[in-house]
Ligand binder design. Structure first.
Ligand code: MSP
Length: 635
């Protein structure tokens, strides 16, 4: 049996999943189901990316220990995939001890192969994307340097780090791209990678020292491994690489890494170079899909459109959402998730074209053949043409699906449904019934049903629930395989059919209320009031003032070093000079907002804000009653 190993990116657990993040997983699930149907032994992997500064900060903002925070979020991803009926074979978490073991083993191998060295790194860093950028890569916006991918402000970092000799693999990567023209798809994404290779790759930093939330670097535990290096290795650690697992031998290399376009460089250049470094074969293909917007807007929490996909599924069903995502968003390109368009697709493609055809056909079988699949008689020219059209459709469909042209595959399938509707109309079974031409009626109904069976089989990966329902109604009770699609005449005469209610319910477009609007309304009611979650965003801690001094040239400011226990030591600048002498401050336990964006005051960076009560000219520091450890959380 041929194997097929497919992966999704592993998701950052800094926030809950939305329809955009579910998109990659849903598409991967469709491909995995298709391959299983085609007889492959499939291993479908997804999971969560849990280390790094971004996750640490998200956990701190909630006042949680990072592991505890990750446990909660990872569970949310798992629950969502279960609700969306995702058929992943394994769910990896980068905090799994087995993964950590493989990462160390992998990095150790890179070291042993002479691909890792120590140096000083300086670059712009985007915490949100966990990505380093050169000077020429960052973008200038409102006098600030921002990330070219997400638009957030970047920070200049200078650290002594370990480096990976990525530049050493530039030529080998170029060669790989030339010899494997389909390595990266779509081709415009491949060309972007080729341009980077033309310019030449630079070595990359693969460790960090400014925080500890990561996997220790083998041989120098002051460093943690860069979150992207840790994350990419998930694709082999899930199979037990370096731990003697048989799965690795069976499934590696991956047949398809399915990813979003913004993380292509990591998957198409850095990951292959890492694999070359340790001497492992490269994945067959990296496919970078586009980005979803919702009703024309970027998906973001503040716009109220980072919607839980379950809300759409609850309203429209899993199959309808999946169908819409593949049919309307051209796979590979950016696209807009529009609820209105989804409803149009539901009404016309699903309820009218597909559902009605099934309904009309089964109603006649019920009436004229006592709900049993009729036995067909001699085929006529029009029937032979239908069989030929079916064979052609199956071939085209399979070729498109094999090449991940999912949207085009559904176009072909719906052209076939249109053909079946025409066949039904042209053979006029209702006239045949009137004329009591039972033999011809049996043949026409049988052929239409067999055609619908083919539709349900082809639609199975995209719409598993409705396909199963259709197969059941047609009286088909075997495990569906490609063999049933290839051959005509699969339905068994005499098998019991069931008519049932409409397969898809139409929605009245003039009355329907969008999920997004419903969410917005909920927001409006709450304006002016904050939720406990809003409050939890402010991270308040007890800090001990270690030393304090006046800031030269300023009447108001005092510079302090404070101790925040587990969060370390920091510098704070506060407007206290008119109210306190520096020596009065030392040793005090004060309250500080620790997750405010740092600010520069008189040339000193203040990383946090102390709390004080103010009345007229009076100002008093907020302190705690009695003794407590610095770093204690205030809630
Ligand atoms: N943790 C990294 C991946 C590491 S893989 C070794 C990461 N995580 S992510 O959570 O930010 O993104 C995961 C996937 O979700 C990406 O493929 C990304 O493209 C996808 N999407 C997130 N928002 C999206 C849209 N609005 N539209 C389509 N896909 C989007 O990157």
């Amino acid at each position: 049996m041929r194997k097929f190993y497919i992966t999704t990116p592993i998701y950052y657990v800094n926030a809950e999943p939305h329809i955009g993040s579910a998109y990659t997983t849903i598409i991967a699930d469709i491909i995995a189901r298709y391959k299983r149907f085609m007889g492959y032994d499939v291993f479908f992997l997804t999971g969560t990316d849990e280390h790094g500064l971004k996750i640490l900060q998200a956990a701190q903002a909630k006042g949680k220990k990072p592991k505890e925070f990750c446990d909660e979020l990872a569970q949310k991803f798992k629950d969502l995939w279960k609700d969306l009926k995702i058929t992943n074979d394994y769910f990896i978490r980068t905090t799994d001890p087995e993964h950590e073991e493989t990462v160390k083993f992998f990095v150790q191998k890179m070291k042993e192969n002479g691909d890792v060295y120590k140096g000083t790194y300086s670059a712009w860093y985007c915490v949100h994307c966990e990505t380093y950028y050169d000077d020429e890569e960052v973008v200038e916006k409102d006098g600030k340097k921002v990330c070219p991918v997400c638009g957030r402000e970047v920070k200049w970092v200078e650290e002594e780090n370990y480096f990976f000799r990525l530049s050493k693999y530039n030529d080998a990567l170029k060669r790989h791209f030339e010899e494997n023209p389909d390595f990266v798809e779509p081709d415009f994404r491949r060309n972007e990678m080729l341009k980077i290779l033309e310019k030449g790759l630079k070595d990359i930093s693969i460790t960090r020292t400014t925080f500890k939330w990561g996997i220790p670097f083998p041989g120098d535990e002051d460093h943690v491994i860069y979150v992207w290096v840790d994350a990419l290795i998930n694709y082999v650690s899930a199979l037990g690489y370096g731990r003697g697992d048989e799965k690795f031998k069976k499934y590696w290399p991956a047949d398809l890494h399915l990813i979003g376009k913004e993380i292509n460089r990591f998957h198409s250049l850095i990951w292959p170079a890492m694999l070359m470094s340790v001497g492992l074969p490269l994945p067959e293909k990296v496919f970078a899909h586009g980005w979803l917007t919702v009703n024309g807007q970027k998906i973001s929490k503040s716009l109220g459109n980072a919607i839980d996909p379950r809300e759409f599924v609850k309203k429209y069903s899993n199959d309808v959402v999946r169908y819409y995502l593949v049919r309307d968003i051209v796979f590979g390109k950016d696209g807009d998730f529009s609820e209105e368009k989804l409803v149009r697709r539901l009404n016309s493609d699903l309820a009218n074209d597909y559902g009605n055809l099934l309904h009309r056909t089964l109603a006649m079988v019920k009436k004229h053949f006592d709900s049993k699949v009729p036995r067909p008689y001699e085929n006529e020219e029009i029937d032979r043409a239908l069989i030929e059209e079916t064979n052609k459709t199956v071939k085209k469909f399979v070729k498109l699906m094999d090449n991940y042209k999912l949207t085009e595959a559904l176009d072909v399938l719906w052209n076939y449904i249109a053909y079946l509707n025409t066949y039904f109309d042209r053979t006029r079974p209702w006239i045949l019934a009137k004329e009591e031409n039972k033999e011809r009626l049996a043949t026409v109904l049988y052929n239409t049903m067999e055609g619908i069976l083919k539709v349900a089989l082809m639609a199975l990966p995209v719409m598993p629930d409705s396909s199963e329902e259709v197969l059941k109604r047609l009286g088909f009770d075997e495990k569906p395989t490609f063999g049933h699609l290839e051959k005509w005449g699969i339905l068994r005469a005499g098998a019991q059919i069931s008519h049932g209610k409409p397969l898809f319910e139409k929605i009245d477009l003039s009355k329907f209320k969008k999920v997004v609007e419903v969410n917005k309304e909920m927001k409006e009611v709450e304006t002016g009031v904050i939720t406990i979650d809003d409050f939890a965003k402010v991270d308040l801690r007890v800090a001990k003032i270690l030393n304090a001094e006046r800031v030269e040239g300023s009447e108001k400011l005092i510079r302090m070093d404070i101790d925040l226990g587990e969060l370390g030591k920091r510098q704070l600048v506060g407007g206290l000079a008119k109210h306190y002498k520096p020596e009065e401050l030392v040793g005090r336990l004060i309250v500080v907002v620790v997750n405010l964006k740092p600010r520069k005051l008189f040339g000193f960076e203040s990383r946090g804000m102390l709390l004080a009560a103010k009345y007229g000219d009076k100002l008093k520091l907020i302190t705690v009653e009695g003794e407590i450890e610095p770093g204690a959380k205030i809630s």
